[in-house]
Design a protein around this ligand. Structure first.
Ligand code: ATP
Length: 323
């Protein structure tokens, strides 16, 4: 491998820039050429590609978003689109790819790598933390901290008015942001997709002491279709427990923004450098993850398995501490 291409794809996440910087600099340090591919797979299909030197990634470690831009690209899901992408890679002399993105992006990388025998290395870049084989993903910690800031503020008004607030947070079909956000902000409960078929989480929450000794309650709800979202629960409470004064806040895209935390910058830097180590070691078609503070190579098929387990003891902690 002489020249690597790097792209960010799918939903943006804070820390993607730190990862771009790490990959670029580690590659150059190891004597490789680097090309930045703009707008995810779209730039590969249309040929929006530019050589990156060390200076191209100066002063970006602290920036949210991604300087390479990101996009969702329909063409890349078709064999014709991927052929165009491959042709552009060859034209640019790119012989390996580093893809920073979520499960959709890594699924695309997996298919592309199988079709064209191109070494692809993935980095877990998503606030959702839903990639298997890594303790956390780039952007997750920053989003969690953003949620804390917001919930702390909502707490002030919730307490003053003695209200029940449902706060909807992101996470797709994963409850990491909702559950850990609830623990860290001292919220009373979290409604998460992992348990949507097991128990009626609203009923549990009401049963387990809502309003026993409190003058406000905050429940974090994961945005997933499996939970139905915060609005759904607010409607239910209005119908089933009309005595409660209910409000809804949907945090939305502010969870995607902001300067990455130290945790995300360090994670992105380590994973980015490890991506280049992996390429130098002739690894291919793996996502780089961190488990128990060690770098691990996770085959794409495992990383995108979509059933990353959420720790049960977190649910217990939340329950015990919200009495
Ligand atoms: P996030 O989880 O943050 O939303 P993501 O990477 O999962 O990020 P997606 O929109 O699912 O985001 O995927 C990003 C891009 O990856 C798609 O627009 C498409 O170009 C490519 N992709 C996704 N799935 C496939 C697939 N099955 N085959 C080929 N390409 C795919």
């Amino acid at each position: 491998v002489k020249c690597i291409g790097i792209l960010t794809s799918g939903g943006d996440a804070p820390g993607m820039n730190a990862a771009i910087r790490a990959v670029t600099r580690a590659a150059i340090y190891n004597g490789l050429q680097v090309k930045g591919i703009y707008r995810g797979y779209k730039g590969l299909v249309t040929g929006e590609i530019k050589e990156f030197k060390s200076q191209n990634v100066s002063n970006i470690i602290q920036l949210g978003g991604t300087i390479l831009k990101t996009a969702r690209c329909k063409e890349f899901t078709t064999p014709e689109g991927r052929q165009l992408a491959y042709d552009n890679m060859k034209k640019e002399g790119i012989d390996a790819l580093v893809i920073i993105g979520g499960d959709g992006s890594l699924t695309g990388a997996r298919i592309f790598a199988q079709e064209f025998d191109v070494p692809c290395i993935g980095l877990p870049g998503t606030i959702d933390n839903d990639l298997y084989g890594t303790d956390t993903t780039i952007g997750y910690d920053t989003a969690l901290n953003t949620i804390l800031d917001a919930v702390d503020k909502i707490r002030d008004t919730a307490t003053s008015h003695e209200r029940l607030f449902f706060v909807e947070v992101m996470g797709r079909d994963a409850g990491f942001l909702a559950l850990n956000g609830a623990i860290a902000s001292g919220a009373e409960a979290a409604i998460i997709p992992e348990f949507s078929t097991e128990v009626d989480q609203l009923e549990e929450f009401i049963k387990n002491g809502f309003r026993k000794s409190k003058n406000s309650s905050i429940v974090l709800v994961a945005e997933s279709e499996l939970t139905g979202g915060a609005m759904h629960y607010a409607e239910r409470v209005k119908n089933e427990y009309p005595q409660y004064d209910v409000r809804v806040t949907i945090l939305g895209h502010l969870q995607r923004g902001g300067s990455p935390t130290a945790h995300d910058r360090i994670l992105a830097s380590r994973l980015g450098a490890a991506a280049i180590d992996a390429i130098m070691e002739d690894q291919r078609n793996v996502m780089i993850g961190i488990e128990h503070d060690e770098i691990v190579y996770v085959p794409f098929s495992k990383a995108i398995k979509n059933d990353k387990p959420i720790k049960r003891d977190l649910v217990t902690v939340l329950k015990e501490l919200s009495i």
